[in-house]
Design a binder for this molecule. Sequence first.
Ligand code: FRU
Length: 471
Amino acid sequence: MKQSTITLSLFLFVALTACTVQPSRHATDEPFRSVYHHSPAQNWMNDPNGMFYDSEAPLWHLYYQYNPHGTTWGPMHWAHATSADLLTWQEQPVALYPDSLGTIFSGSCVIDRENTAGFGEGALVAIYTQSEVCGQHQSIAYSFDGGQTFTKYEGNPVLRGDIADFRDPKVFRDELTNRWVMILACHQEVRFYSSADLREWQYESSFGAGYGAHGGVWECPDLIKLGEKWVLLLNLNPGGPFGGSATQYFVGNWDGHTFTCIDEPAETKWLDYGKDHYATVTWYNAPAGRTVAIGWMSNWMYANQLPTVAFRSQNTIARDLYLYRDDAGEYRVGVQPSPESLALKGNKTSCLGDAAVVELSLCGEESSVITLSNNKGEKVVMTLDVHAQTFSMDRTASGDCSFSLDFAAHTVAPLFVKQAVNRVTLFIDHCSIEAFGTDGTWVMTNLVFPSEPYNHIDVQGGTAEIYDINL
Ligand code: FRU
């Protein structure tokens, strides 16, 4: 290391040993219960589903894959929660129960303003997969009480599967053709279907062969307009960059019938470079033309073994997506904490505790190392390597990793835009760290299970500001 490098590193070295007493500012019912992330009070949860924004209430609705009988994956229902601020969630009664056509897998909701389906003007229509021994089919149900209760359509299923993996319908109103479009995950591709009335569906086209990652089954797709392009979000399990589950995306064009990808076929673009980010889809009807996404903060490699007690899994914070061009001119999806998530940032403090927002300013010329640690010697080490242009997070010594051999991990994100100063925001909440790079040009989401909260932060090559949580 050159002399100037040493001087600079020393100059920028920051060590904040905040609290000798463990802060417990945010009392929870068990050590790994998040305070500002959505989690079910009890039992098992996986994918977020059917999210819609009710602009009249106004209220954010979130449904999710739920097993009311235990803390591992089982017969799937749609459970329901609502929020005015995307930070605090009220549990609502379970919205969709299994029936003779099968259990209730992932799907989406739309508002049928023009009564195209004949259920009534303004009906909220849920479109979901029914899974049974003989296959997977798509069904619909409608609600007139703001999504509290649904009536299942007597003509279900509306689309029968012809292959084993035929699921996770995401429906949107296509303005080019003025009809409904459904994107469906079909093994290792997606299919597009169209409909005038949400009941009868016609096949339009397929996308996927030869594009992106195919290490596992494609699940939970979404098609969104970002800037001048269309982006296909596609969840993949297994086959993620660090093993197991991950979300890839494709940038391209949509003509009302076909999605055409403009990315290099062999390139895989990942939405999040952590190991615990999956089943990400976006809210229908989000306000002000925003594209608001949320993901399941887990990984199928060990989701059923996570060391929580009464419940399993939580979702990420809400994130706003946008399109940008990287230093090479390539289109990429930027992921920023939603303004609602940023409203969490409370007062500046010297105490790092079980829940905090940390803002880092890291020198763009020298590599930086950020270490979160506790009095037990457990630590998470993050490195922003300016030579390799990567940000990495090592959780191999972060606390309890014993519940699965697949948990210990070292995740790495490429930095697509070189910065004079790298700004990284960490959202810490009991058992999770979400790291957002400058302007959301990269993001990394990882779970951690320390035996006591990290109460110490060291930053070499930069500075840190810690903020309390404002809830
Ligand atoms: C993704 C997924 C979906 C399916 C659901 C079942 O995590 O496998 O494809 O609909 O979970 O719970």
